[in-house]
Ligand binder design. Structure first.
Ligand code: ZN
Ligand code: ZN
Length: 233
């Protein structure tokens, strides 16, 4: 097909215009700028998607510390070796007060196996029936904190030179319960610093005397004294 001169001129004019437009935008610079913007946008949206589960996970870990505090307080103060279900735990914690170093010589599996059974029974059904990422992040982090609390507790009784550097660093940061904080529990009355995951709740609970208030309510309603009162007399 013959191309008319007028058509050729039109094509040349169009090419010139296109090339002029191309020269208006420095190609390499624009690609980097756009890629950076796209990456930033993707990270921003990703952070929005992950934000709630991450916060839920953090809340679960913080809440696990409180749960261990309430549980530790209850078995330190009520029941005995013959108490159904909890008898061995009560006896074990009383034995721990007398010989705290023994926990440091136990294998991690020995420290965790009892709690792992309870946690499997409670949390596995939630994991199976629930698809909500926020709830799963909360429950997963909560159960992990509770599951490992006895190991964190054992590490708080271990000297720094026998611990991995990362554990010492996490203790110093307050992510794991520290030696100094848990040592305060091992005084004669054993009635403070009950929390053994991160210990983040200990100061608050002790300062406003939450457990003392619980003990007074229980004594008022049921006439049962906590063990820590008996140890005063
Ligand atoms: Zn105790
Ligand atoms: Zn201890």
């Amino acid at each position: 097909m013959d191309i008319q001169p007028s058509t050729t001129r039109a094509i040349r004019a169009q090419d010139k215009t296109t090339n002029e437009h191309k020269s208006d935008y420095p190609t390499s610079k624009s690609i980097w700028v756009h890629q950076a913007c796209n990456t930033k946008a993707i990270l921003f949206y990703f952070s929005l998607i992950c934000q709630k589960p991450i916060l839920a996970g953090l809340a679960g870990y913080i809440f696990s510390d409180l749960i261990t505090g309430v549980y530790h307080w209850s078995i330190d103060n009520y029941g005995d070796a013959k108490t159904p279900i909890f008898g061995s735990q009560i006896e074990g914690f009383q034995g721990h007060h007398e010989k705290p170093w023994i926990i440091t010589r136990k294998h991690i599996a020995t420290n965790l196996y009892e709690l792992s059974q309870i946690i499997t029974l409670i949390f596995l059904p939630i994991n199976l029936i629930c698809n909500n990422p926020i709830l799963l992040a909360f429950v997963g982090s909560l159960s992990t904190g509770v599951l490992f609390c006895q190991q964190f507790h054992a590490w708080s009784h271990t000297t720094n030179n026998k611990l991995p550097t990362i554990v010492v660093a996490l203790q110093d940061l307050g992510v794991l319960v520290s030696r100094s904080q848990h040592a305060a529990h091992h005084h004669a009355l054993f009635n403070s610093n009950y929390c053994i995951v991160s210990g983040i709740w200990n100061n608050f609970l002790d300062e406003i005397r939450v457990f003392e208030a619980f003990e007074k309510v229980i004594f008022f309603w049921f006439g049962v004294k906590p063990r820590s009162w008996n140890e005063l007399t």
